[in-house]
Design a protein around this ligand. Structure first.
Ligand code: NAP
Length: 324
């Protein structure tokens, strides 16, 4: 089978497409013919080995796995003891820390965070949900209380996580202010944003005492400036904390009325992830969320895909197609 192979950390060109052995299927494994995955800034960080701490998961000196941890696909074979799935099932979810999604096949333990894909989602849409809706949801469902009186600001609203964060915050009843560039204003309004701040013309941190929650999905703001835009009991959520947010979380957060919170959503336990995949599936089936897809790349164009995502201007999700 074809797979992405990296022998060292670095620029997109470190990735090669190679023929490797199809994985063996053990008794509790399912063999998945992968249809789609995503390419995100997380994949780019793992490829670079930067931040260095990411190498704890991917290999200290050099990458030790086929990259990618997001999949949608079809079960092609099942081990003798598998009970959750059968051949032909369409599935989506996470591979876990064995990675291996950027290849044509994956052998995964049946107890990983993988569930049946509903017919309402295409394989591309399902991969987008597994990456970015699965990042946005835990922040908004488990770490803040949102109702119709909540005013939330989402920074990076036009990207992969941001486009789901808008829709999920609206689902919980919030009033949403989206921060994006001029070319994405119509798109974020179309998916539910009530107000827009164009970051090329206006600095949201100068909107003093305005928001109950600031959710920086793209990690481009700082807590020390953003806190002035929070109301008295406001909460700052971030997918990528800056130094000030880390210090606040470790020291002052318990004492101060304003809180800063970070969640490493990929490291949550499998049952929590399965619960969230099921939750998002229901929202999708009810038409409450939709995947915004920027563009798709085939496996042979993996370098182009990473180069594109590295630029940081994706409009929604970038998809990697493993099987047309
Ligand atoms: N905590 C976790 O568990 C976790 C999990 C997954 C990802 N992450 C983190 O989440 C981040 C990636 O988010 P993503 O996948 O949504 O990224 P993305 O899709 O690459 O985001 C790109 C979007 O960000 C917008 N943007 C760029 N600079 C901006 C700025 N200064 N202000 C507002 N918007 C700006 C761009 O709009 P323009 O084109 O207009 O600039 C573009 O639409 C990474 O930092 C990653 O490490 C964390």
């Amino acid at each position: 089978m074809k797979a992405v192979v990296c022998k060292k950390y670095g620029a997109p060109e470190v990735m090669k497409i190679k023929e490797v052995n199809k994985p063996e299927v053990k008794d509790n494994d399912v063999l998945i013919k992968i249809k789609s995955s995503t390419i995100s800034p997380v994949d780019c960080a793992f490829r670079k080995g930067n931040p260095f701490v990411s190498r704890l998961f991917t290999g200290l000196k050099r990458p030790k796995h086929i990259p990618g941890d997001i999949i949608s696909g079809v079960i092609e074979a099942v081990g003798k003891k598998v009970t959750r799935f059968k051949v032909g099932d369409e599935v989506f979810g996470h591979t876990g820390l064995e990675f291996g999604a950027h290849s044509e096949y994956l052998a995964s333990h049946e107890d990983e965070a993988i569930i049946l894909k509903p017919s309402e989602m295409t394989f591309d849409e399902a991969a987008a949900v597994a990456y970015s809706a699965m990042t946005a949801l835990p922040f908004l469902k488990d770490h803040v209380k949102i109702d119709k009186n909540t005013h939330i600001l989402i920074n990076g609203a036009s990207g992969a996580i941001g486009t789901f964060a808008i829709q999920i915050a609206k689902h919980f009843g919030a009033k949403v202010t989206a921060v994006c560039g001029s070319s994405n204003i119509e798109m974020v309004k179309d998916i539910g944003a009530d107000h827009v701040v164009d970051y090329t013309k206006d600095d949201f941190t100068t909107h003093l005492n305005s928001f109950d929650i600031i959710f920086d999905v793209v990690g481009k703001s700082s807590y020390s400036k953003s806190k002035y835009a929070l109301k008295k009991e406001g909460v700052y959520l971030t997918t990528a904390p800056d130094f000030g947010a880390v210090i606040h979380m470790m020291t002052l957060s318990r004492l101060k009325s304003k809180k800063a919170k970070f969640v490493a959503t990929g490291l949550r336990k499998v049952p929590q992830k399965i619960e969230d995949l099921n939750y998002l599936t229901e929202l999708y089936k009810n038409g409450q969320i939709n995947s915004v897809i920027d563009q798709s790349f085939v496996l042979d164009d993996i370098i182009k895909a990473h180069t594109y995502v590295d630029k940081g201007h994706s409009k929604g999700n970038v998809i990697l197609i493993l099987d047309q």
